[in-house]
Ligand binder design. Structure first.
Ligand code: FES
Ligand code: FES
Length: 161
């Protein structure tokens, strides 16, 4: 049986999009398979690991748990939309400088959780940082450098204002 379609309009990394999709596909499939933005990772596929984290209307969400159709009319940011041209976003720069990346599988999701955190709270304390990335699992770093990088990014961004 042919699956029902859905017409989707949404903004992705600053660009308006209008396309027909299968109604049952996830936001993660839309981003990775249709738009071929492979920075958003699929880890568990069930909302446990945070590898698929993207920012929707300013909030960090697990793309594996959303239907693509739920993005209708919304504004989506993925890791590919963070940098400006060839320049890394200040959050990315802090992750590099603080050695907060090892294998990198978790990194895009953590960057997006960080982006949502700092947009809402420019000066988070350690507990707030830990809470913001609690849904992002990292099997490599032990988290200390990630937390340090997020703190450094907050300072860097506040100086740029
Ligand atoms: S792939 Fe979405 S939370 Fe793990
Ligand atoms: S850097 Fe490898 S999972 Fe986080």
């Amino acid at each position: 049986m042919k699956k029902k379609g859905y017409h989707l309009r949404f903004r992705l990394n600053g660009e308006e999009n209008s396309l027909d999709i299968e109604a049952g596909i996830s936001a993660l499939e839309l981003i990775r398979d249709i738009f071929e933005l492979k920075g958003t990772k699929e880890g568990c596929g069930i909302g446990e690991c945070g590898a698929c984290t993207v920012v929707v209307d300013g909030k960090a969400v697990n793309a594996c748990l959303m239907f693509a159709a739920q993005l209708d009319g919304r504004d989506v940011l993925t890791v590919e939309g963070l940098g400006i041209g060839d320049r890394l976003h200040p959050i990315q720069q802090s992750f590099v400088e603080r050695h907060a990346v090892q294998c990198g599988f978790c990194t895009p999701g953590i960057l997006m959780s960080t982006h949502a955190l700092l947009a809402e709270n420019a000066n988070p304390n350690r507990a707030e940082i830990v809470k913001a990335v609690a849904g992002n699992l990292c099997r490599c770093t032990g988290y200390q450098n990630i937390i340090g990088a997020i703190d450094a990014a907050a300072h860097r961004l506040s100086k740029e204002k």
